[in-house]
Design a protein around this ligand. Structure first.
Ligand SMILES: Cc1cc2nc3c(=O)[nH]c(=O)nc-3n(C[C@H](O)[C@H](O)[C@H](O)COP(=O)(O)O)c2cc1C
Ligand code: SF4
Length: 189
């Protein structure tokens, strides 16, 4: 097997862009594998430049607009080029995963034919009302997901939630209180 492809898969798997079942389909289809592998992935969609006012003032004390812009540029739509390649070879809808949390970016990804839909995990953990925010015209939440992956690490033994304390103004108690709201209302009361 092509070593470069294994590396590419590992690289893509760090933010867990492919489920294990998707991966096994990939590995069994050499033509798909070949057409999807490219050196030096480039970001085909350029997100809108973040204005300072796009983010909450207190969030920016811990994560600057520039840092958030860099995070979005790096992680939002990380698999979008691969989704477009897959779409060329299949006649079923292709759903793309990986970092989506900006309405304008998602709109462009779908309208430009990169994918038929997107799925969202971490940004919905950070902002479980993300879709409603989009519906109300917001392009990006005031306190976006920073892709730190702490939710994933904590999922092994702690309640599902956002564990990036910077999103809670470095207030650990506030963070835990928010995480524990998953038990409200109590399931067996
Ligand atoms: C807390 C958590 C649990 C996850 N569990 C699984 C899982 O069991 N199986 C899987 O294939 N992907 C799992 N993922 C990966 C997501 O499905 C998704 O592919 C990945 O987080 C990238 O999407 P995102 O940028 O929208 O988070 C998990 C992600 C998170 C954050
Ligand atoms: S813990 Fe990090 S990756 Fe997970 S939702 Fe919060 S900011 Fe996003």
């Amino acid at each position: 097997m092509d070593t470069r492809y294994i590396l590419k898969v590992l690289e893509a798997s760090i933010p867990l862009n492919y489920s294990i079942s998707n991966l096994s389909i990939f590995l069994r289809l050499p033509w798909l594998r070949k057409s999807c592998y490219r050196k030096g992935r480039t970001q085909p969609i350029i997100g809108k430049d973040l204005q300072d006012k796009a983010l909450d003032d207190s969030f920016r004390e811990f994560v600057s607009s520039q840092t958030m812009q860099e995070l979005l540029d790096k992680y939002q739509g990380i698999s979008i080029s691969d989704a477009r390649e897959i779409k060329k070879h299949v006649n079923i809808p292709v759903i793309c995963t990986g970092g989506f949390e900006q309405a304008s970016y998602i709109r462009e990804a779908i309208s430009e034919g990169f994918c038929d839909a997107v799925s969202i995990a971490r940004p919905l953990i950070a902002n479980n009302d993300l879709v409603q925010q989009f519906q109300q015209g917001k392009d990006l939440p005031d306190r976006p997901c920073t892709y730190c992956n702490k939710c994933l690490l904590n999922a092994l033994q702690n309640p599902l939630g956002c564990y990036d304390v910077r999103r809670y103004n470095d207030d650990h108690d506030k963070m835990i209180k928010q995480v524990m709201t998953v038990f409200e209302p109590a399931p067996f009361s």
